[in-house]
Design a protein around this ligand. Structure first.
Ligand SMILES: Nc1ncnc2c1ncn2[C@@H]1O[C@H](COP(=O)(O)OP(=O)(O)OP(=O)(O)O)[C@@H](O)[C@H]1O
Length: 359
């Protein structure tokens, strides 16, 4: 169990700085996710925490201990990789027992702990199987048991679900999260899948080009993106250019968007004065055009729609030519709408305004 502190971590390869000063305190027991597109530095940061890569600058602390120069196997970390990395010629029991034997635990302890952890991951009784005789999901459970059985101070997971098919991936999210909650192991989880990050984490760090762009609880990052980048990367967002008009009461500032007046919160001051409106698809309402638009409303046409049971997804092309993604839940008001219909969309008060430069 450990609190993890990252102090101004920088990493360069030749002239390329791939981590540009990452500082973060991760409380003991937190499920902390590094989320970002390919190449933003997630794996490099994870490998620095594991000890496989040395930072060019900065320090890593577990609790009060500076472990920056401690070798990987003395850090007390458990690792789970995308490709499972099991020993193919060892059976499940021996794979899980590996870390315990390396730590010179008595065979009695090994005989007690391995079945305990196999049970935790739902693999009781499968100890004698070889990895080749198991499914992808089962192999990942073995890898998880192997990482947790040593009771690591920190559990590190690098895209552990990306080799699994979609339904198994969703199922394994639950397995991992439940185990983490049970063991309360501080966990650093790397993914480029925003849905996974939202579903599993206590905290998400959204990374961009070697930096953390925003960090917070899933609901906070989703509801209060500080930048256009975060709004696009976490969840789906409509972004439209906006002109600031005036500060309003209760933090509801007024903007002009596509010729209409819209009120919403300003997330950060734009140094160049240029803003973008961010509107989540579920915060926009849509109706048939049977009257002229008023403030906060825009006119458009349904280019396409997808009925998805409890919700319907609309692609609307505004008069200006901009695209808008709208989602409605339930059928009552929108079931009469069809492709090609002229509609009025209403931007709700949950829209936000972010600096354009951060796009
Ligand atoms: N050993 C290395 N030598 C040189 N450049 C490297 C090395 N390892 C990583 N990089 C570069 O550092 C940058 C960050 O890589 P990293 O693997 O951390 O990204 P990532 O966010 O994990 O991406 P992915 O999701 O594709 O794994 C990339 O531009 C990568 O090419």
């Amino acid at each position: 169990m450990a609190e993890l502190i990252l102090q101004d971590i920088r990493k360069s390869y030749g002239n390329a700085e791939v981590l540009k000063g990452i500082s973060r305190r991760i409380a003991d027991g937190t499920f902390f996710t590094l989320l970002g597109p390919s190449g933003c530095g997630k794996t490099t940061l994870l490998r620095i925490i594991a000890g496989f890569v040395s930072p060019t600058q900065g320090a890593v602390h577990f609790n009060k201990e500076d472990i920056t120069r401690v070798s990987p196997h003395h850090r007390g970390v458990g690792m789970v990789f995308q490709d499972y990395a099991l020993f193919p010629d060892k059976n499940v029991f021996d794979n899980v027992a590996y870390g315990l034997r390396a730590r010179k635990l008595s065979s009695k302890e090994v005989q007690r702990k391995v079945p305990e952890y196999l049970e935790k991951v739902g693999l009781s009784g499968l100890g004698s199987r070889l990895p080749a005789e198991m499914s992808g999901g089962q192999r990942q459970r073995v890898a998880l048991a192997r990482a947790l059985v040593i009771e690591p101070r920190v559990l590190l997971m690098d895209e552990p679900l990306s080799n699994l098919d979609a339904s198994l991936r969703v199922q394994m999210r639950d397995v991992i999260r439940s185990l983490q909650l049970e063991t309360r192991t501080t966990t650093i989880f790397v993914t480029h899948d925003q849905e996974e990050a939202l579903a599993m984490s206590d905290e998400i760090a959204v990374m961009k080009n070697g930096r953390i762009d925003q960090c917070g609880a899933p609901t906070d990052v989703y509801r209060n993106p500080q930048t256009a980048y975060v709004s696009r990367f976490v969840g789906s967002a409509n972004l439209l250019p906006a002109e600031f008009l005036a500060h309003g009461e209760g933090g509801m500032d007024r903007y002009r968007v596509q010729g209409t007046l819209v009120a919403g919160r300003t997330m950060d001051v734009a140094k160049n004065g240029r803003y973008m409106m961010v509107a989540r698809p579920e915060n926009i309402t849509i109706r048939m055009k049977n009257s002229e638009p008023v403030d906060g409303e825009l006119e458009g046409r349904i280019a396409s729609l997808q009925f998805q049971g409890y919700r319907t997804s609309f692609h609307v092309v505004l008069k200006s030519g901009e695209d808008l993604h709208v989602e409605t839940v339930g059928e009552a008001e929108t079931s009469a709408l069809g492709r090609g219909d002229n509609v009025i969309v209403s931007i709700g008060e949950k829209c936000l305004f972010v600096p354009e430069a951060s796009a």
